[in-house]
Write a protein that binds this ligand. Structure first.
Ligand SMILES: [Ca+2]
Length: 204
């Protein structure tokens, strides 16, 4: 029994007896529509994943399995590093495997809502820290394009197990006072090799 049949069963059971015939037709139509949008012949659409304002603090990480196949595509981590005689607490994104983030000059772009994330954009695996807390000679400074991130978007390109490529975004904020990156929400477009806009949740 596949998911379509299970769903049909649930719909049918919920009906009252006096409306059983009507419900039969309604649920049958609904089931067929659902199955047409199933995995066999996927149509275009956008999957949205609520990440529950997950936090990335010192010594913590968050991995995201974008397409729900059991393997993560993006990991957000903190890294302690020594660079140029400074000690740094870096907040970084690490795309896993063949996956990439939208960048310019080696830095993950902090996008505003509506900006395009499309196949012609540059995508890279290794990008600079989103934010870094830098300690040098007893003083602390903060660096990084994402220091003032407030519901901004990180664009990504992921490669699924079948080799097809999808585009999407992650909505992020950074809280300097509590030294944490916050992961709000993610979305990706179903149609392969087709872009979307930052924050886009529907196909128009
Ligand atoms: Ca996955």
């Amino acid at each position: 029994m596949n998911a379509c049949h299970v769903f049909s069963g649930i719909i049918n059971k919920s009906g009252m007896r006096s409306f059983s015939i009507l419900l039969f037709f309604v649920s049958t139509f609904f089931t067929l529509s659902s199955c047409e949008e199933g995995d066999v012949n996927p149509v275009d659409g956008i999957t949205i994943i609520n990440l529950g304002d997950s936090e990335v603090l010192y010594n913590q990480s968050q991995s995201i399995d974008v397409d729900g196949d059991g393997d993560s595509e993006l990991t957000f981590v903190t890294v302690l590093a020594q660079e140029n005689n400074t000690n740094q607490l870096q907040f970084r994104v690490f795309p896993i495997g063949a996956n990439r983030v939208f960048e310019a000059g080696g830095r993950a772009l902090m996008l505003n809502e509506g900006q395009e994330i499309v196949p012609g954009n540059p995508f890279e695996k290794n990008v600079a820290p989103l934010v870094a807390k830098v300690e040098s000679n007893g003083s602390v400074t903060w660096q990084g394009d994402w220091l003032n991130a407030n519901n901004h978007y990180l664009g990504f390109q992921i490669q699924l197990a079948d080799g097809s490529v999808r585009y999407g975004w992650v909505r992020l904020s950074f809280n300097q006072a509590s030294e944490k990156l916050i992961i709000h929400e993610l979305a990706y477009r179903h149609k392969s090799n087709t872009g979307l806009r930052a924050g886009q949740t529907e196909i128009f």
